[in-house]
Ligand binder design. Structure first.
Ligand code: IVH
Length: 662
């Protein structure tokens, strides 16, 4: 064989192995064999530079430093997508599409969270890669794109064509990169998307070469008038050309679309790369021209965005927390990461069963999530990141008082049943003084632990006799007169709180802020509440049997009754002081709820309306008096506007019906 033929053959073979490994994820040979082949090609090319091909796999290793980025104009603009956040908006999307074309089926794909890029091929070779930029003009990133092994440098077809897709960094590659950066004293990337974007922005392609990037393509750029294929056919064609294409599911109806979207949402944490939603597209490309575009996005596609951000990080350790009910919660100690605007270093692991089901082990790389205000949780282990970690073991004794832990029948959690367990008392005190309960500023975890250990504070009542220790507290190291007086003032003030804060502060099982408020509004005073039967609680629409049982048990306990009496004697308010919607103020008025409410569930909102005499119905009509529109409200909002129905947002609704928070 001639030298040229040998080179050609090596180029061919290495490309085949790149494809098998990086696109199909099915290597055909060992890394050692692969490296040897690549090395041989490198040597031959060095000896015979005339035979170096522009599509040689050694290009991926070349390393090129640019002076600056060249601009690339996109012949067909790179648009973005409209967003949907709930099923309602997907129905709306379907209705809009069907107004224009009657027969339609859809394709659902994961929405990869990376950066959009375009690849241009001609005569079988990759000739240019570009970022999206502002959609019309992007930047030439060919030097970085060629380092990405899943991007074919050569394709079968000789025709000129452009593909589009998402460049991203897999979760595992991201964590490995951050670990390396940390070891070298470099700043860590916030998330895989930033890592991918930061890498592609480099003028020196050696940076990208060292980092494991990947690309999934999801479309071919061609004018709609020319299109003859369906979207699925396009993806098939792209797969045959050697690209890694998006995993697409065909859906014959919008119901099937919603099912496919839910499936993606449920498997999200297990995906090797970040997905931040799903993309829904009309399958038949020949309809795109007819369905058309808004100024910024196509009308034939929509992005369904997941609410909660999921972030990969490292699980350093598992601690155990004793709650105020004695329940033991395993808590993940994490490498700190930013999730939805705040730094998270601890997350709940719920209970033993949860950890076992997901087989979470100390030393694993994990995915964490935080939805809205909710406590962060560990949702999954990143597959294959494990080396030698031992299976998780649950503790058998209370970490605070060493007593043997027990399970309540039919419950998953373990409990410390020792009534004198210090951790339980401390947790109750922390909860009682916390912002959402009695809101005693200055009485946080640190001070409570200190006072508890020094013997000033054992029970809730002790908070209200703390002033008798004023002089001794001042003598204690670290406490100035001013800070003690400020704290005692805050305690004094808390006596005036409306009773639902006290009730919530008691930490009764199943009695959260909202339930406490409902009870306080209804019964008016702690004493009225105390002398009720289960039926009286259950008569309230918001109170189910579990809550009612729990309340009855709490108030039946003489220790609790005595505590309430002592607190009253100490001057703590026992009545409801909030405003309440006038009974009957909304009698006979018809309300409709739509969109996402952030602070209430729909059931809670409906309960408040009904309490004021209003009625809640499902759809907007001329009989509707008020539409309560949460975020991302869809067609109901449009209809209410058309009909001139009164429209309230969540804040307005709360001001009218739920005024205590204000
Ligand atoms: S289709 C007209 N499919 O999401 C735009 N986009 O705003 C067609 N993305 O900029 C885009 N995964 O970068 C499409 N499977 C997928 C996608 C996807 C991620 C990104 C893309 C686009 C953004 C939508």
């Amino acid at each position: 064989m001639s030298i040229k033929d040998t080179i050609d053959k090596l180029v061919e073979t290495i490309h085949r192995h790149d494809h098998a490994y990086h696109v199909l994820d099915k290597p055909l040979i060992s890394d050692i064999e692969y490296d040897a082949m690549l090395e041989k090609l490198r040597q031959l090319e060095a000896q015979y530079p005339d035979y170096v091909r522009t599509d040689s796999p050694t290009q991926r290793l070349a390393g090129k430093v640019l002076e600056g980025f060249k601009k690339v104009e996109h012949a067909i603009p790179m648009l973005s997508l409209g967003n949907a956040f709930d099923a309602d908006s997907l129905y709306d999307f379907d209705r809009r599409v069907r107004k224009i074309v009657t027969e339609v089926d859809y394709v659902v794909e994961p929405k990869v969270d990376g950066l959009a890029a375009s690849l241009l091929y001609d005569e079988g070779r990759l000739i240019r890669a570009a970022t999206r930029g502002n959609g019309t003009v992007g930047e030439d990133i060919t030097h970085n794109a060629v380092t990405i092994r899943s991007i074919p440098l050569r394709v079968k077809t000789q025709e000129r064509f452009e593909v589009r897709g998402e460049i991203f960094m897999a979760k595992q590659a991201f964590l490995a990169l951050n670990a390396r950066r940390q070891a070298q004293g470099e700043e860590r990337f916030k998330n895989p998307r930033n890592a991918a974007a930061g890498t592609m922005r480099q003028l020196d392609s050696r940076v990208a070469r060292e980092r494991e990037l990947d690309m999934i393509v999801y479309s071919r750029a061609e004018s709609d008038a020319e299109a003859t294929w369906t979207h699925l056919e396009t993806l098939d064609w792209l797969t045959k050309q050697g690209f890694k294409t998006s995993e697409a599911v065909a859906c014959a109806s919008i119901e099937a679309v919603i099912e496919a979207v839910n499936h993606i949402a449920n498997s999200r944490a297990e995906h090797p790369y970040d997905i931040d939603g799903a993309v829904i597209k009309v399958n038949d490309r020949t309809l795109y021209e007819t369905i058309g575009y808004t100024a910024k996005s196509p009308r034939w596609a929509i992005a369904y965005k997941f609410q909660a951000e999921e972030v990969p990080t490292h699980l350093h350790d598992i601690h155990f927390q004793v709650g105020r009910t004695g329940q033991i919660t395993p808590v993940a100690v994490l490498e700190p990461v930013e999730v939805q605007g705040s730094t998270v270093s601890r997350a709940t692991l719920h209970n033993e069963d949860y950890i076992r089901q997901k087989d979470i082990r100390i030393g694993d790389d994990v995915i964490i999530r935080k939805a809205g205000d909710i406590i962060p949780e560990v949702v999954a282990v990143i597959a294959d990141s494990r080396t030698i970690q031992a299976p998780f073991e649950m503790i058998s004794h209370c970490p605070a008082c060493q007593s043997l832990l027990k399970r309540h029948e039919g419950e998953v959690g373990l409990y410390c049943l020792n009534p004198d367990c210090p951790a339980k008392h401390i947790e109750l005190l922390i909860h009682f003084a916390s912002r959402k309960a009695m809101n005693i500023e200055g009485l946080g975890q640190r001070i409570i632990e200190l006072f508890f250990n020094e013997g000033y504070l054992k029970t809730i009542e002790d908070i209200y006799t703390l002033h008798t220790h004023r002089d001794r507290l001042i003598e204690q190291a670290g406490f100035g007169v001013r800070s003690i007086d400020k704290l005692l003032d805050a305690i004094e003030q808390s006596k005036q709180n409306s009773v639902e804060l006290l009730l919530f502060g008691f930490g009764i099982r199943h009695v959260g802020e909202k339930v406490a408020k409902v009870l306080a509004m209804h019964f008016d005073s702690m004493f009225a509440m105390m002398d009720c039967g289960v039926e009286d609680y259950e008569a309230l629409p918001e109170i189910g049997p579990k809550i009612a049982q729990s309340l009855t048990a709490f108030f039946a306990d003489t220790a609790n009754r005595e505590r309430i009496e002592r607190l009253e004697a100490l001057g703590v308010n026992m009545t409801y002081k909030g405003i309440r919607p006038k009974k009957g103020a909304y009698a006979g008025k018809v309300f409709v709820l739509t969109g996402r409410l952030n602070r209430l569930t729909r059931d809670e909102a409906a309960a408040l309306i009904e309490q004021a005499g209003g009625k809640v119905t499902g759809s907007v009509s001329s009989k509707t008096d008020v539409l309560i529109a949460g975020e991302e409200a869809g067609s109901k909002l449009e209809k209410a506007r058309k009909l001139g129905v009164d429209i309230w947002d969540e804040a307005h609704f709360e001001a009218v019906f739920n005024p205590l928070e204000a």
